[in-house]
Design a protein around this ligand. Structure first.
Ligand code: HEC
Ligand code: HEC
Length: 280
């Protein structure tokens, strides 16, 4: 009996030691800083650019996650972590004053915050495909938004989240792009060329590079391919992106951010549809 207790004691001590090691590894990962190269040093601020930036912020979900006035909100509160889409304005609780033009670019397209740490949830790797000009327009828009006082809790990794980071299940490097290459966008029109540009930024990070779907980020979640949708015709496709409803009337789950895509212009919808026809 005493022997069993002794082994049990050793087992418990070892277990705690393993948990501690994983936890510390997780903390170190979450506190890591990255050195990324942005390519934007100054942005224009004329009203046409700001207007274009506002539209781009809408179709890329900045205004969905960070709020239409960019004052931020709690995005996800689950056992591993609390993810807070920051208040991007210069008001109380806002991060606006921490960023210069290059800093905005590094956060948006490279996944690194002003303190050098990585980010949860923010789809920076997808945004890395934004052209320099479009990135500049979005930054011009953010800078034009009036200050809003909104003090939010900080993004927080709880015990489970820190353990997951220690085991490599949460890897902030997934969202980080360290290098920077100059990027151009095709002319905005309804052609498949422009559709490809849009789809790469707004659809691929969930539906996959070739739009065949795959496992989602949450356990057990699967993301469908877009092949079925390509048999619905343009009207059915557009209706789904504007209303979240399939042609048979069923609604897609809230994992599909159709509210963001309801901001696409008609021409952008056509461009996307024309491009996705290649993946039937
Ligand atoms: C799916 C939701 C989502 C979308 C879409 C999104 N963000 Fe974020 N964003 C977040 C979350 C959550 C954080 C906080 C991440 C963290 O602290 O780990 C964040 C952080 C940021 C930060 C860093 C702020 C800080 O605390 O220092 C910037 C800058 C930013 N987002 C800009 C943008 C811009 C610009 C867009 C659109 C191009 C955008 N975001 C789209 C969720 C989102
Ligand atoms: C944040 C992840 C995410 C992004 C980004 C995203 N989708 Fe989805 N989408 C989903 C999920 C998850 C579903 C499945 C919803 C369900 O099961 O009800 C879905 C479903 C769909 C469907 C319905 C498919 C079917 O056969 O029922 C279409 C069409 C679609 N998405 C198109 C798009 C297009 C086009 C884009 C880019 C403009 C896009 N999605 C971007 C997550 C995403």
């Amino acid at each position: 009996m005493a022997k069993v207790l002794k082994w049990f004691g050793i087992f418990i001590i070892l277990l705690f030691a393993v948990i501690l090691v994983i936890y510390i590894k997780g903390m170190m990962h979450l506190d890591s800083t990255w050195d990324v190269k942005g390519s934007i040093t100054s942005v224009p601020s004329d009203s046409a650019i700001i207007e274009r930036g506002h539209h781009l912020a809408n179709i890329n979900g900045c205004t969905d996650c960070h709020g239409s006035d960019l004052s931020g909100k709690v995005f996800l509160d689950i056992p591993p972590f609390l993810a807070v889409a920051s208040n991007l304005t210069t008001g109380k609780g806002g991060v606006g004053l921490n960023y210069d033009d290059s800093g905005w670019d590094k956060a948006m397209r490279h996944g690194v915050k002003s303190d050098g740490t990585g980010m949860l949830v923010m789809p920076s790797k997808a945004f890395n495909n934004l052209s320099d000009k479009d990135a500049e327009s979005i930054i011009a828009f953010i800078k034009s938004v009036p200050a809003v006082d909104n003090e939010l809790p900080a993004t927080e990794y709880r015990f489970l989240g820190t353990m997951l980071a220690g085991m490599g299940e949460i890897n902030l490097a997934d969202h980080i792009v360290t290098e920077s290459t100059p990027k151009n966008a095709p002319e905005p029109d309804s052609t498949e060329v422009y559709g490809g540009y849009l789809a790469n930024i707004t659809c691929s990070y969930c539906h996959g590079q070739d739009f065949t779907g795959g496992p989602g980020e949450a356990p057990g979640e699967t993301i469908p391919g877009l092949q079925t949708a390509m048999t619905w015709g343009f009207d059915g496709f557009e209706k789904l992106l504007r209303t979240g409803k399939r042609p048979d009337g069923t609604e897609v789950s809230e994992m599909m951010p159709w509210q963001t895509f309801s901001h696409f212009t008609n021409s952008e919808m056509k461009a996307l549809y024309n491009y996705l026809q290649n993946y039937k």
